[in-house]
Design a protein around this ligand. Sequence first.
Ligand code: HEM
Length: 318
Amino acid sequence: MPKLSDLLVPAPLRKTPKPGEKGVPKTPAPQDLKDNPPEQQTEYGRLGEKALEAPTEALAWVDQRMAASGFLTGMLFRKVPKGTNWFYTLGSATLIAFVVQAITGVFLAMFYTPSTTQAYTSIAHINNDVFLGQFVHGMHKWGASVMVILIFLHMGRTFFFGAYKYPRELNWVIGVVLLILTMTMAFTGYLLPFDQRSYWASIVGININGTGPIVGPYLSDFLRAGPEVGATTLSRFYAIHMLLLPGAIIALIGAHMYLVVKLGTTAPPWTKADKPRVAEPTTNLEAGVSGNGYRPGGASTIAGVQLDTGPGDGTAHA
Ligand code: HEM
């Protein structure tokens, strides 16, 4: 495990530095302390040191009551496989895009009115009158496209790197549900400005859903929430967009991240697995097996038992 900076370790747990380390002089202390007294620390120095300790002490206080540091250390100091590259940041980038959408969405909801007569004017009010309104609205609008692009790129990365295979199938399935929810988020958000474009685009989208087999007509009826797209459709889309979907996405991202931490990330397919490390046995247990049970080009066995060499992809088990 990487060494924590001394500042992050509470004072009582810090190791005392040896002579010659961290500013501790190598030479022995002067024999005659009366003639050669050590430098006295000033009141200011003591206060400064205490101020530096304060955040660590506060964290230690919380940690003593929550015992969270073990979990956090496991989360933050995980081993990653060799060959990890920039493509591995696409999942985190999708996560950041979602967080940006959630934060900007909260501020938009403070000014938006989900009514057929006021939705459009409330958006115009956000853009024209509210402090930084146009900026926040722009971030939310463009951020939606960014999140959709990133989620597809992330899915492509996990597919082409074979990360959907055992034991990560469940994480792939959770990812597929996240993809559907993200697309539904973009679809339901599109109607909210209630201008000509969003109105007609939603009618097209609802009709496309209606063409699906068996559930299609029920789905389009549910989305339309009445015979025509109107006030009830807008309320339904708004509730789905800002309550139902964010809740479901947050819960599924939690499960997705739990599995990423639990299973570790997949090594790139072009990296070779390390030779299995097997303890040196003293005798040959099986004819044709070399001293350490490793048969070049074949499976490793001890006494005829197949060794579990892990996923064979250098993956770290968190
Ligand atoms: C809101 C959407 C999503 C978020 C926030 C998200 C986030 C993440 C993060 C942070 C990782 C770990 C780092 C990385 O490998 O990039 C990850 C891994 C993974 N994600 Fe996603 N993801 C999302 C959607 C998806 C989708 C749509 C799929 C596939 C259908 C998917 C499948 C996977 C798989 C299989 C892994 C494991 C990768 C490995 O072991 O190398 N994720 N995800």
